[in-house]
Design a protein around this ligand. Structure first.
Ligand SMILES: C[S@@+](CC[C@H](N)C(=O)[O-])C[C@H]1O[C@@H](n2cnc3c(N)ncnc32)[C@H](O)[C@@H]1O
Length: 369
């Protein structure tokens, strides 16, 4: 069965949302797994190679999925060297990785540059002693060139990234705005607000301050595998990625922004989707000045400008919520804003989830009537 341990790395504050997504999608794909550990930084799971290959392109909220290679105790450099040299590196790569990322805490070996150098030398010696055959060199020529080494309480743990790079990189959002959010954070906001059952559709969702359209694009693709990029683990194992939709949902996605550049940007991103297109309405408008109501919209989710990278008009935070309630009279409305800006809205609201966006404390809250 090729059992393996993986670590689903979560954005800070969002590990519960990440676990919910895993649980829901694993059930739909009927894969078997066992949760070993739940931590603030992520979830350790035991599963098998085929299951990981199946679920990987469907996971939208994690930062990364790491494959745990091996772990052992090492309190000095000679031990680190000899143990590292004995690992079965050919199973994962054909050369010393380009990048080695070291973190160390509560351990005798603490100097990260020296740890990296020792690991690098040990792997180089391993490959000198058993040079990989041509076919393996070819197989690993596209392997991720990044190795993660973590030391905690003198326990050394090696991992590699199953996807090769951040999972947030989708391949379709090639155009961004000045304050665009990471795709996996947008997906996490959607999952936390609409809940995974609702995301199976049908539903109508609006983002009145859509920027590059990130939230709407994530809603469009939530139940679909991402076909816009390579996932190395699938590629190495010559497994063909499953490309079924987990729900055949009908969606209406309505995006607007007052900046004409953002309208073009979103349209370009939508055109990049490799999957069947949804029903979209993209509108140039300042929602504060709009007189048209959209009574059919059920959900409104938006990432308001923070007044930092993007300036806002006088009284923006106070006027925003009455304007949204007028425009979407039947919708449940949630906004993502810096935690300290919420008091400017003078609104009654309920916290959905707090997390960090580019190092800033932000809070996703639902507006209450
Ligand atoms: C924080 S950005 C949204 C980023 C978006 N989530 C993304 O990932 O690209 C806020 C957006 O709100 C737009 N905006 C600001 N005031 C607006 C208004 N009154 N009406 C419509 N759009 C507005 C800005 O042009 C900007 O694109």
């Amino acid at each position: 069965m090729n059992e393996m341990v993986i670590f689903i790395q979560s954005p800070p504050g969002l590990s519960e949302v990440v676990l919910n997504e895993w649980t829901d999608k694993a059930a739909l794909l009927q894969i078997s797994y066992q949760v070993l550990k739940f931590e603030q930084s992520g979830i350790e799971i035991q599963t098998d190679q085929a299951s990981l290959a199946m679920i990987l392109p469907y996971l939208k909220t994690p930062n990364r999925v790491l494959i745990r290679l091996e772990h052992f105790k090492a309190r000095d450099f000679p031990k680190l060297f000899s143990k590292t040299k004995k690992m079965n590196w050919l199973k994962w790569m054909a050369d010393v990785p380009e990048k080695i990322r070291v973190t160390s805490s509560q351990s005798r070996l603490i100097h990260s540059d020296r740890i990296e150098e020792t690991v690098r030398d040990a792997i180089a010696q391993y490959f000198r002693a058993q040079p990989p055959k041509k076919v393996l060199q070819q197989k690993w020529s596209e392997a991720p060139s990044e190795l993660f080494v973590r030391l905690l309480d003198d326990e050394v743990l090696f991992s590699i990234d199953a996807a090769g790079e951040r999972l947030g990189v989708r391949g379709y959002r090639n155009h961004v705005g000045p304050a665009s959010m990471r795709e996996n954070l947008a997906a996490a906001c959607l999952s936390a607000f609409l809940q995974n059952e609702t995301l199976k559709g049908p539903f109508t969702l609006a983002d009145p301050m859509m920027g590059a359209g990130t939230i709407l694009l994530e809603a469009s693709e939530w139940n679909r595998p991402n076909l816009g990029r390579l996932y190395y683990f699938i590629h190495w194992n010559s497994i063909s990625a499953t490309s079924v939709d987990l729900a055949t949902n009908e969606l209406m996605l309505i995006g607007s922004d007052l900046n004409p550049k953002m309208i073009e940007t979103t349209k370009l991103n939508i055109a990049n989707l490799k999957t069947q297109k949804r029903e979209w309405k993209i509108i140039l408008e300042d929602f504060l000045k709009s007189n048209t109501q959209l009574p059919d919209v059920q959900w409104v989710l938006s990432n308001a400008p923070y007044g930092e990278r993007l300036e806002v008009q006088e009284g923006f935070f106070k006027n925003m919520i009455p304007a949204l309630k007028r425009k979407y009279p039947n919708a449940r409305i949630a906004l993502l804003m810096p935690s300290d800006k919420w008091n400017l809205t003078k609104s009654k609201n309920q916290k959905i989830v707090d997390f960090k966006n580019s190092g800033l404390e932000v809070s996703l809250r639902e507006i209450m009537t």
